[in-house]
Design a protein around this ligand. Structure first.
Ligand code: HEM
Length: 444
């Protein structure tokens, strides 16, 4: 019998904890507090869970996949399982609009940039290899020193206090500072960048249902909050074209994109920056704060890791498996009739990939709620970052950030424990994010 994470706070949820399949609701208000109970029911009774009428077009259904084997197969085969973002880009590209006209019509910098730079799956791979990998993928190791400095600076601010609210004073500002440094934006702009970062992720936090839908009112508010963001990026692009520095935006201004044999326009660069901010800020924050909670919940773990740093990597991987920041995304569609776990899924169905459920699938990970630093088969088999050709492009950066963060924390702090005043309230939406984690600690 699985033992569930202790973080869940059933009392504060407006939804009652599911006991059987009829109770399962992964998307309603307060669902976060019972996700892991719901996964056990789904794995046992309905590992491919149909949501009638939940598909992309009227009359089609959506299916929630929860098994590791199914999701791994889907994400590794982009021909059979269509990536909806890529499909949208292919459809837009077929309209033959320029990136500028695309932006004027649809108001999405990211999509306009994608249509111009990576309108096919093949160009997606090249775009990633040439433009983002050198900074947040394979090249992310170049940031080690900078990340270490930011981690130390943040700890300096509270190390003499004996207690700290870990989210606002470490887990959230660390990825913000790191990102500002990578992109080449001044650290003093972080409050404004954070406001834009929050606005960008609105659908994943305040959207409803499996498609993260916003009301027209919410969309209007989001766009209002994003005012100035685009001009800000353009301003920096223009300045860096004249006076390039050692940062990602300067690199994007100068790089010759081999795949299209040309340089990038301002709009294309702005779209890439937008995508980085969307994907990269909150996710790493959630990973770090869930790791702090796991350390408080597991007797002896803090000391063990502090004394044996070779295990820090395994700890960050196992904790991302057990408490995945991105619980699920509705990003794929079947291109032909399929059968998953004996369930027929027609062509044209929407697939909601429940990465976090796959990560606690007992068939793949025996005793899934035990944190095992030497898990058989390796600690990186989880699907937290997805897998296959569309695997998260910033996974390497996030991994390095987490590993450095804990190494620095282990250097400077002897032990941590929960303070008395935690409610473990989670934010709404599709991410697992605890809003506040109050810790007591002993300085090293
Ligand atoms: C713990 C941290 C993170 C988690 C859990 C995470 C998770 C994911 C997942 C599950 C996907 C979907 C992949 C798919 O569709 O198969 C994704 C995509 C993406 N991630 Fe991450 N991510 C993290 C950190 C980052 C960082 C640091 C960046 C930026 C540097 C980033 C940028 C992106 C982008 C741009 C995409 C969309 C790629 C596309 O166009 O298909 N992510 N991420």
């Amino acid at each position: 019998m699985a033992s569930y994470p202790k973080y869940q706070n059933h009392e504060i949820s407006p939804m009652k904890c599911p006991v059987n399949l009829e109770d399962v609701d992964l998307f309603g208000q307060g669902a976060q507090e019972h996700w892991y109970e719901a996964y056990e029911i789904l794995h046992r009774e309905s590992p491919v869970y149909r949501i009638e009428g939940g598909g992309i077009t009227p009359g089609t259904d959506a299916y929630v996949l929860t098994k590791h084997a199914d999701i791994a197969m889907v994400v590794k085969d982009p021909v059979r399982y269509i990536n909806l973002t890529q499909q949208r880009i292919i459809d837009f590209a077929a309209q033959g609009l320029s990136a500028e006209d695309m932006f004027k019509t649809y108001r999405s910098l990211m999509q306009a940039s994608m249509v111009a730079l990576r309108p096919t799956q093949e160009l997606y791979i090249k775009h990633r290899k040439e433009l983002t990998d050198p900074w947040v993928g394979t090249g992310a190791t170049r940031h080690r020193e900078m990340i270490t400095k930011h981690a130390n600076d943040l700890i300096d601010e509270w190390i003499n206090d004996g207690s700290v609210e870990f989210v606002s004073r470490f887990a959230r500002p660390l990825p913000q500072r790191v990102f500002a440094s990578i992109l080449g934006f001044p650290q003093s702009d972080i409050p404004q960048l954070a406001e834009w970062g929050d606005a960008v992720v609105t659908p994943f936090v305040h959207g409803t249902g499996l498609k993260h839908e916003l009301t027209p009112e919410q969309t209007k508010t989001m766009l209002k909050r994003l005012e100035g963001f685009q001009d800000y990026i353009y301003e920096h692009v223009r300045a860096k074209r004249l006076d390039p520095q050692d940062d990602m935006v300067s690199f994007l201004c100068e790089v010759h994109y081999e795949a299209l044999d040309r340089k990038l326009t301002d709009l294309e660069i702005a779209g890439i920056v937008h995508a980085m901010i969307l994907g990269g800020l909150e996710t790493t924050q959630y990973a770090l704060e869930e790791q702090a909670q796991l350390l408080c919940e597991t007797p002896g773990l803090f000391e063990q890791l502090r004394n044996d740093r070779t295990k820090v990597r395994a700890f960050t991987e196992e904790s991302m498996r057990m408490r995945s920041p991105t619980h699920g995304l509705s990003t794929r569609m079947t291109s032909q009739d399929e059968v998953f776990q004996g369930v027929k899924v027609p062509a044209g169905s929407l697939l909601h990939l429940r990465f976090a459920a796959a990560n606690v699938d007992e068939e793949e990970f025996p005793c899934p709620f035990d944190l095992e630093l030497e898990r058989q088969g390796g600690v990186t088999r989880h699907l937290t970052f997805s897998a296959g050709p569309r695997v998260c492009p910033g996974a390497n950066l996030s991994r390095i950030e987490q590993q450095i963060a804990w190494n620095v924390l282990f250097d400077r702090v002897k032990d941590i424990s929960f303070a008395d005043d935690n409610t473990f309230m989670h934010q709404p939406g599709i991410m697992l994010g605890t809003l506040k984690v109050n810790l007591n600690f002993v300085q090293a």
